[in-house]
Design a protein. Structure first.
Lengths: 351, 304, 412
């Protein structure tokens, strides 16, 4: 995989371009020059660093291959019906993952709708409004929110959020929105607190820091001239944000939101503890206990005691993998538009 | 809010119907009102995000503190009904798992990061960067499934601490790669050039000049990765399984704090719930301390 | 905290009100435990079988008599054994998890062997032992023939370790736990099928005159993971309700028509405790420990029966002599006026042929201890001890565990 030829070729590519001091993404070529072979120390060093880099590709490839191999039986047997059937029945050996896909999409959508405005608002506050002395503590606090392990969100959701949702939030939502046509459908049924809505709420809390941190960086990256021009025309601060900054940062913020979405899609433990874990999610109401793909795997993976059941649950993992890769690609393309020229520029906040 | 500081002081002086964008006093008032409202809303959003953190932290501390005592750190979990018992094996297990995961993950992450910053151009480097981002975005449960299928089922043959550490290493590597690359790029090229001009081979330049000057940033990356890996639960459920006893043998199932929190939380006993909060407090304290240390270590430097 | 524990003890005492289990048993055990291992082994035969008859509990049912006697063969495991593995890993059923965690803590104190048991569900136990990712599995739903033929390591023994009751547990704020709800098989099936949706349903009211059943929606709680508890429960519902059998069937995990899922017995009990107007099914001990309501179920003879050690043992009594050679057996909906209909065995799954001698020795000794000495802990935790006949059948299996073709159990 990691071989001298690839090293040589990259060294050649590097030499062909003149070194530019002002471009940080273009470090100088430190190869020993010409076709003279590298000293063995350098060779070893380069080879091992290439090997380390290559191992990332190997792991990703192995992961994909292994998931495909292990889900082969189910892939062959159910084909596309796996994603369109809503019957998940171990006894009758029918496996359709639609309820899990649906649960994943619904909870992630709820999370995005709730977290998006709050996170972007908080990012605007930190980047544009907050006095300097408040900026650091607020940023730090929100970054800490990102560092809290999923299991602790789960614990809190399980013991604190669920009862509040059941006794207060969900009945109130039902009272307010229940009678409204169309929207009301979302809030039908007995509020039990362990359902898609609660799953979405806990996910929203978890993705706020992701969206907020990236949006903040993106907003800060907007050239000051944009704001100043608008303000010079007599615009209020909000107008300058609304018409000069946000349009400029739009792609980056969208990317941030989608990265948040990516995190929500794959989140496991916190959701597992509040979502109700039921395979019959598709009713239209948010007050329905459900499963996400991730929580279905967590609950059923070690339990799948027949070959086809195991194969089906691995296929759920495969679907989840593909969805999250697709979402990540879209998000990164959007974010890269802002951080272009230095792909790692936003690296620190993508954690 | 100071939103109106940007309102030009001359604004009201423009005559109504003038050609300025401040066409009317009334319209200006509306616009200023909107600006203020948005300032308040934006402030509230920030307040809300911050408040949620403190509510959660407050709960963990409030519910967790009663569980904290010395035996809680040293004893192993006891069956329901026996008083006492703690999360000793889980704390030890988490430390062991993180230690082993670092042993696997840090060299790989460091190597790949060095490659990307020092050599990395062309398609291969782009592919590595791209895949690194994808691995960073992998749902952790999928990593668990992968390690189960590869190590638990085949290579090792049973649930083991080593498999868990491998899963955590996969989670750590992309975080380290990213920070290392970003940090090494911040090291001025003149430093490298000066060393190379002295005839020092490149590997020595990187190891003795570039890496040391980016030390703080690299440590940050490793600590971030540790903090993230230390809280992972889902992949561990499929790989290390958990253990009721102290275990230092990597080929055996190993306890870990997140698994212990989960097991305690879903059990129906109030005493175990208290212990779940206590274990969460321990976990958060460790991660919080790591974060603060990182913050201090990198103060003044912009993290890429 | 202290108070809570007292309450706990009270509720457990209530459970075995017929015999002074703990005291009696411990005294007997002391005597036997003091005897030499060989003597205890020899005692397998005639003289100890007489013990139940002389046990000082003339008014009690079968369970307490059984429990009061030291089981022949007890005491033979008295400490560490040279050459045995010091670590064993098991995973599976959550149904006996409370008992196993007690057992293995005691066993660790006795022998220094760490038996790490993780309750991941019976489905997980079957899968893990089949994949050989653990040293032993545990399940409450016996493995199917298909599963048995698909294992990585050949033949698997089912070794019964305890008897338990699956109870319908509920949380209705208006109905105190001391008021026992009465459920007939038909209503129970209808609730879990989603046909009865309100607590005030006339069918429920008919069986529970005088109970203030509120006009609230029933929240059904079931297991989210593969589970032997589910197996026993759905096995029962299938045997009493043709609709259930046709629509859902029975297995360690089924496609639930309704409800929310909790992971493990712990999870279901936790959900029921957390959600008012809910009903779920758990192992008896999980309901008692949480002071949740436990329903009386109408049995085959038309009696509403409380789940407890006596009624479970009664249900097992019928099958003890007719049990299949591989010890897989279902005892749901057993006949007998006193038998609780949703009862079942729980098994440890072990390979007949083991490759590693230290593990084989450690495992066979642990199994012997568990099915003999360990039985004295069953009652306190709400599990009925095994009938003697079943223990003897289990002994054959334990002695049948082979390593390199030779029996692994060192008899002490």
């Amino acid at each position: 995989m990691a071989s001298p030829p690839s090293r040589t070729s990259s060294a050649q590519t590097a030499r062909s371009a003149p070194y530019n001091h002002d471009n940080p993404s273009d470090p100088p070529d430190f190869g020993t020059g010409g076709t003279v072979s590298l000293r063995w120390g350098d060779f070893l060093f380069q080879t091992s660093s290439v090997a380390a880099a290559a191992s990332i590709l190997v792991v990703l490839a192995a992961l994909f291959v292994l998931l495909v191999v292990d889900s082969r039986e189910s892939l062959v047997r159910y084909g596309i019906a796996f994603a369109t059937s809503s019957v998940w029945d171990n006894v009758k050996e029918q496996f359709g993952a639609l309820p899990y896909i649906y649960g994943t999409l619904v909870t992630s959508a709820v999370a995005l709708v709730l977290a998006g405005p709050i996170a972007v608002g908080a990012a605007l506050y930190v980047a544009e409004y907050a006095p300097a002395w408040i900026r650091t503590p607020v940023s730090f606090t929100i970054e800490l929110l990102a560092a809290i392990p999923s299991i602790i969100y789960g614990l809190w959701g399980f013991f604190v959020l669920t009862p509040v949702m059941r006794t207060t939030v969900e009945p109130a939502l039902q009272r307010i929105f229940g009678p409204i046509p169309v929207v009301g459908i979302l809030f039908q049924g007995a509020p039990i607190g362990k359902d898609l809505l609660t799953g979405g709420v806990i996910l929203a809390i978890m993705i706020v820091p992701t969206i907020m941190a990236i949006s903040r960086e993106v907003i800060l990256a907007v050239p000051p001239a944009q704001r100043e021009g608008m303000l010079a025309l007599g615009a209020t601060r909000w107008e300058s944000l609304r018409h000069a900054v946000l349009p400029y940062a739009r792609a980056g913020i969208a990317g941030a939101a989608i990265l948040g979405l990516a995190r929500a899609l794959g989140e496991t433990m916190a959701v597992t503890m509040v979502i109700g874990n039921s395979s019959r999610a598709i009713t239209g109401s948010l007050f329905t206990p459900g499963y996400t793909m991730a929580s279905a795997i967590a609950n059923q993976f070690t339990e799948a005691d027949t070959a086809i059941y195991f194969s089906a649950i691995v296929e759920v993992a495969l679907v989840l993998l593909l969805v999250s890769i697709a979402v990540n690609i879209v998000a990164r393309l959007l974010v890269w538009q802002i951080g272009r020229g230095d792909p790692a520029a936003l690296g620190g906040v993508l954690v | 809010m100071s939103s109106d500081t940007y309102a030009p002081p001359l604004a009201p002086a423009y005559p109504p119907g003038g050609r300025s964008i401040f066409e009317a006093d009334a319209r200006y008032q509306v616009r200023r009102g909107v600006a203020r409202l948005m300032a308040v809303l934006v402030g509230l959003a920030a307040l809300g995000a911050v408040a949620v953190l403190w509510i959660i932290l407050g709960y963990v501390i409030w519910r967790g503190l009663p569980a904290i005592n010395w035996p809680f750190f040293t004893q192993r979990p006891l069956p329901y009904g026996e008083p006492g018992g703690g999360v000793g094996p889980a704390i030890a297990g988490s430390l062991v798992l993180l230690g082993v995961a670092s042993t696997i993950g840090v060299p790989i992450g460091l190597g790949a990061g060095i490659y990307l910053s020092e050599f990395g151009r062309g398609r291969f480097a782009d592919a590595v960067r791209f895949c690194g981002d994808l691995v960073a975005g992998l749902p952790s449960i999928v990593v668990g499934v992968f390690i189960w299928a590869l190590l638990v089922r085949h290579v090792i043959g049973h649930f083991s601490g080593l498999a868990g550490a491998a899963a955590l290493a996969i989670i750590m590597v992309p975080i380290i790669v990213r920070t290392v690359e970003a940090m090494l790029r911040l090291v001025p090229h003149t430093l490298r050039e000066a060393a190379l001009a002295l005839g020092v081979p490149q590997w020595r330049v990187v190891l003795s000049v570039v890496l040391p000057s980016a030390r703080a940033g690299i440590i940050t990356g490793v600590v971030l990765a540790l903090a993230r890996a230390g809280g992972e639960t889902a992949p561990l459920l499929l790989t290390t399984l958990g253990n009721m006893f102290f275990n230092w043998n990597l080929s055996q199932p190993t306890a870990a704090l997140p698994i212990q929190i989960y097991n305690y939380a879903v059990a129906p006993y109030d005493d175990w719930h208290t212990k779940a909060w206590g274990a969460s407090l321990v976990l958060i304290a460790v991660i919080g301390i790591l974060s603060v240390l990182t913050r201090l270590a990198t103060r003044g430097k912009k993290l890429a | 905290m202290e108070e809570q524990k007292k309450e706990q003890e009270v509720s457990l005492k209530h459970l075995d009100s017929n015999g002074r289990f703990a005291g009696t048993r411990r005294r007997w055990f002391g005597v036997i435990g003091g005897a030499a291992g060989a003597a205890a082994l020899a005692a397998c035969g005639a003289d100890q079988t007489a013990t139940p008859r002389t046990a000082p509990a003339p008014t009690s049912g079968a369970a307490s008599t059984q429990a009061a006697a030291a089981i022949p063969g007890s005491g033979s495991i008295a400490g560490p054994y040279p050459g045995e593995a010091k670590q064993l890993t098991g995973a599976g059923a959550t149904f006996p998890a409370a008992l196993y965690s007690k057992w293995f803590t005691e066993y660790h104190r006795l022998t220094g062997v760490q038996v790490n048991y993780q309750s991941i569900g019976s489905g997980g136990g079957i899968k893990s032992i089949s994949d050989k990712t653990v040293d032993f599995g545990a399940t409450d739903g016996p493995m199917t023939n298909e599963q048995l033929s698909a294992t990585k390591g050949g033949d698997i023994f089912h070794i019964p370790t305890a008897l338990g009751a699956v109870v319908a547990t509920y949380n209705i704020p208006e109905v105190p736990a001391s008021t026992k709800l009465r459920l007939s098989p038909e209503t129970l099936a209808a609730i879990f099928l989603g046909e009865i949706t309100k607590w005030s349903d006339p069918k429920l009211k008919a069986d529970n005159s005088g109970v203030n059943l509120p006009d609230k929606d029933i929240v059904v709680v079931h297991r989210s993971d593969g589970s032997g508890t589910t197996y026993i429960f759905t096995d029962y519902l299938s045997s009493v309700s043709p609709t259930w059998k046709e629509k859902v069937g029975f297995a360690t995990s089924v496609n639930w028509p309704k409800g929310l899922g909790g992971k493990g017995n712990e999870g279901v009990a936790g959900e029921v405790k957390q959600n008012p107007y809910s009903i779920g099914y758990v192992e008896l001990i999980y309901a008692l420990q949480n002071k949740l309501g436990v329903a009386q179920i109408k049995n085959k003879d038309g009696q509403f029966v409380d789940p407890n050690l006596e009624t479970v043992t009664e249900a097992a009594a019928g099958v003890a002599s007719t049990i299949a050679p591989d010890l897989r057996a279902s005892i749901v909906n057993a006949a007998g006026p006193e038998s609780y209909p949703i009862s079942g065995f729980t098994w440890i799954l072990a390979y007949k042929n083991m490759a590693e001698e230290p593990k084989a020795i450690a495992l066979s000794r642990m199994l012997w201890w568990a099915t003999h000495d360990g039985q004295k802990f069953n009652g306190d935790l709400g599990y009925a001890p095994l009938p003697l006949e079943i223990i003897k059948r289990g002994e054959e299996k334990i002695k049948g565990i082979l390593v390199n073709g030779k029996p692994a159990f060192p008899n002490k």
